[in-house]
Design a binder for this molecule. Structure first.
Ligand SMILES: NC(=O)c1ccc[n+]([C@@H]2O[C@H](COP(=O)([O-])OP(=O)(O)OC[C@H]3O[C@@H](n4cnc5c(N)ncnc54)[C@H](OP(=O)(O)O)[C@@H]3O)[C@@H](O)[C@H]2O)c1
Length: 338
């Protein structure tokens, strides 16, 4: 049995879902993968929770204790915590800042310098410091895994890196954002943009401030992470042509629908004249397009390759639990050679 020390930093919906999943899957991780996770600490912005070592770090009482503020203490420094135990995995799930990459950048760097692998769903530090952080990881013979940051439970990175190893991917097209796809699907069914957005917010699919999704930024950031991971290309948001869905009119949707087509927000990475072009924009798809049937809050990606042909993956949960599951998958793949 491999015993893996784990620290979780960030305890919003994703951090919480992750801890819950670790508890639920504890037995399965041991039986199927010979992995025993030892949760050392959970950190929030100013407080920390330490599971009692005597009762085993992952048990059902843990969630009750976590919900009781008396078990949270003043937060020690991350450096101090990371040096207290043999290294394992830092799960970095603090809020994403696309302008500074903080606080995730500091956390990831500290973990790598102290010998810890990193599994993160945080896009900001990777968007801004992908090369630098990966160099530190390589220099220390460690890994940064970030499935949760690219399309949560849709395994885009694993398919691109592992399943298509050896093939040249010359284009990737994706519906990478569940919120915008939900809104466009509902508009296609006849309701207005604002009604569809309100509905998505009521269902918890869209944020109260939906601009990051509807203006296409979330899709663009995911494209940038895919470009870095699969093509070794560092793109900034300024390198990506971005048009969101806010200006799509009901008439345009109805017109497409009349012709048996659908409007979808597509992210595209495409090699043209040996340079990588990236764009996000609404496009009219006909039923022959592999992503035409990706509806509701589903996502989908098509890879166009030289010798493996065209490959499309669709689905994958995109809520906090889906992101948490993608992170647990990353941890399993760090330690198991399949
Ligand atoms: N929500 C999703 O479905 C989803 C899907 C894919 C990826 N993601 C990404 O996953 C990450 C987490 O998402 P979320 O929705 O759980 O985020 P969130 O609601 O913003 O929660 C962030 C957590 O980070 C903590 N935090 C902030 N600064 C910190 C610091 N300096 N030290 C320690 N903890 C700190 C916050 O602490 P306090 O509790 O003290 O405020 C909070 O617990 C984000 O980067 C997000 O973009 C989210």
């Amino acid at each position: 049995m491999k015993h893996i020390p784990v620290v979780v930093i960030g305890f919003g919906p994703v951090g919480r879902a992750l801890v819950k999943l670790m508890i639920e899957k504890e037995g399965e991780l041991k039986q199927r993968y010979n992995l025993s996770l030892d949760l050392k600490c959970i950190l929030r912005s100013s407080v920390a929770f330490f599971p009692s070592p005597s009762s085993g770090s992952l048990n059902l009482d843990l969630l009750e204790k976590i919900d009781n503020p008396i078990f949270w203490h003043e937060k020690p420094s991350l450096d101090y915590l990371l040096r207290l135990t043999p290294p394992g995995v830092l799960f970095e799930v603090t809020s994403s800042d696309l302008k500074t990459g903080q606080p995730g950048y500091d956390h990831i760097k500290k973990a790598l310098i102290n010998g810890w692998h990193v599994v993160t769903a945080n896009k900001g530090p990777l968007l801004l410091y992908f090369q630098e952080l990966h160099k530190i990881a390589r220099d220390n013979k460690l890994k940064i895994k970030f499935s949760g940051a690219t399309a949560a439970a849709l395994p885009v990175l694993d398919v691109g890196k592992i399943c298509l190893a050896g093939a040249r991917i010359f284009k990737i097209e994706g519906i990478l954002n569940g919120t915008t796809n939900y809104i466009l699907t509902r508009m296609n069914e006849g309701i207005s943009y604002s009604e569809a957005l309100l509905e998505a917010q009521r269902k918890g699919i869209a944020e109260k401030n939906p601009s990051y999704d509807v203006e296409g930024l979330d899709t663009a950031v995911k494209l940038a992470l895919l470009a870095a991971a699969l093509f070794d290309f560092q793109l900034g948001l300024n390198d990506i042509e971005i048009t969101g869905i806010t200006r799509i009119t009901p008439e345009e949707v109805a017109q497409a629908s009349k012709q048996g087509k659908k409007i979808k927000l597509l992210g595209c990475l495409n090699f043209e004249d040996n340079s990588l072009k990236a764009r996000v924009r609404p496009e009219v798809l006909d039923p022959n397009h592999p992503l035409y049937f990706v509806d509701g809050s589903n996502k989908g990606v098509t890879f166009f390759t030289d010798f493996m042909g065209e490959l499309t993956i669709i689905g994958g949960k995109s809520d906090p639990r889906g992101a948490a599951a993608a992170m647990l998958k990353d941890l399993i793949n760090l330690y198991c050679n399949f």
